[in-house]
Design a protein around this ligand. Sequence first.
Ligand SMILES: [Cu+2]
Length: 111
Amino acid sequence: MSAYAILHLARRMTLLASMKPLYTVHQGRRYRLIFRNASDDIHPLHLHRHSFELASIAGKPTSGVIKDVVMLGGFQELAFDFVADNPGLTLFHCHQQLHMDFGFMALFKYA
Ligand SMILES: [Cu+2]
C-alpha cells in the first residue's frame, strides 16, 4: 500500500469515526428511500448490513429484486425499501469515492 493510500485510508477512517447518525430507524419497520438524481453522474448506492428491495427504477415499478447496491443513473429516479432488521450503526453511501469525499453518505442508527 502506498503512502498516499495509507493517508487516504486514515483520513476516511477519521471521517467515519466522527460521523453522527443522520437518521433513526426502528427495528422491524420497513422504510422507503426515494432518490432523484439531478445530475448526469452515476451513483452506485450502497446500504451496509442490510438488503433492500428495489421498488422502482427509471419510472418502472419493480418487485422481488433484492440487492445491497443499485446504480442510480444520470437524471434517473429510483426507490427502494428495506426492513430495519439488523441493529447497529449502518452506513449508506454512494460507492464513488469522490462522491463520498464530498459527503454523499449518511449513518443510520437504531432507536
Ligand atoms: Cu455518487
